[in-house]
Design a protein around this ligand. Structure first.
Ligand SMILES: Nc1ncnc2c1ncn2[C@@H]1O[C@H](COP(=O)(O)OP(=O)(O)OP(=O)(O)O)[C@@H](O)[C@H]1O
Length: 234
């Protein structure tokens, strides 16, 4: 049984049909990348998995149970967290307070020590306010907030956006550590090379349809798919 099984979901904003029969699966401890051009439907897929844009048809199974009808807070209780593109950390309070606040809404929560072990940079910055952090540190804090809530499945929407290459490398290492310590990650990214360096498997979405499903090696071996759907010349 897969951790997450998505079977032919169709999602809409009002009358606009955005996802067409999207199917995918995520195994425990995997890093799965969701790639595609701007507007392809990647964020909408994450929002559908998180109950924010519930699909009108299709099935989403989490640990074998159909969950496509559940609201976000119940999915969060099942250990699923979405770290949105805007990161949504609190700028006026410290790193530690941001983490404590996140822990309050989870039972059982992870300890601060565990978080600081995974994110030594946040341990150094624990007394700094959210707004004093760099973009990369803010992203780490956003991921750490999902981790302290004991999320087994963490979905990241464009975590590398706007960050310098060295910071992206740090974040890739953080994500790798998370996966090794029993978390499962679904990653939406425009920076497909960085995403593929981390992912075990990937999907490409184009105009709301899944058009590729395979390993990074299989994708790297097919330049025509990369050129056609990611819009880059290889
Ligand atoms: N709140 C909304 N209301 C109406 N249409 C929306 C809304 N959000 C997104 N869309 C549309 O849905 C389609 C898919 O958008 P989505 O954000 O899922 O794409 P994406 O692949 O994540 O791309 P990006 O990297 O640009 O976020 C686009 O055509 C977008 O304009």
């Amino acid at each position: 049984m897969s951790l997450l099984e998505v079977e032919k979901i169709n999602s809409y904003y009002g009358d606009s049909h955005i996802l067409f029969d999207v199917s995918m699966r995520v195994e425990e401890n995997e890093v799965v990348a969701l790639l595609g051009r701007n507007g392809a439907g990647k964020s909408t897929t994450l929002k559908s998995l998180m109950g924010m844009v519930p699909p009108k048809s299709g099935i989403i199974r989490h640990n074998g149970e159909a969950v496509q009808h559940l609201p976000p807070y119940q999915l969060a209780r099942r250990g699923i967290q979405l770290v949105p593109e805007e990161r949504r950390i609190f700028g006026a309070i410290t790193v530690q307070e941001n983490l404590q606040l996140a822990a309050m809404t989870a039972k059982p929560a992870r300890t601060l020590d565990e978080i600081y072990e995974t994110f030594p940079r946040l341990a150094e910055r624990r007394r700094n306010r959210g707004k004093q952090l760099s973009g990369g540190e803010q992203q780490m804090l956003a991921i750490a907030r999902a981790m302290i809530r004991n999320a087994r499945l963490i979905m990241l929407d464009e975590p590398f956006e706007g960050l310098a290459p060295l910071i992206v490398q740090d974040l890739i290492e953080v994500c790798r550590k998370l996966a090794e310590s029993g978390h499962t990650i679904v990653l939406v990214e425009q920076n497909w090379r960085a995403a593929l360096s981390l992912a075990h498997r990937c999907y490409i979405i184009n105009n709301g349809h899944v058009v590729f499903d395979g390993t990074p090696e299989q994708l790297h071996a097919d330049n025509s798919v990369i050129e056609k759907y990611l819009g880059v010349k290889v």
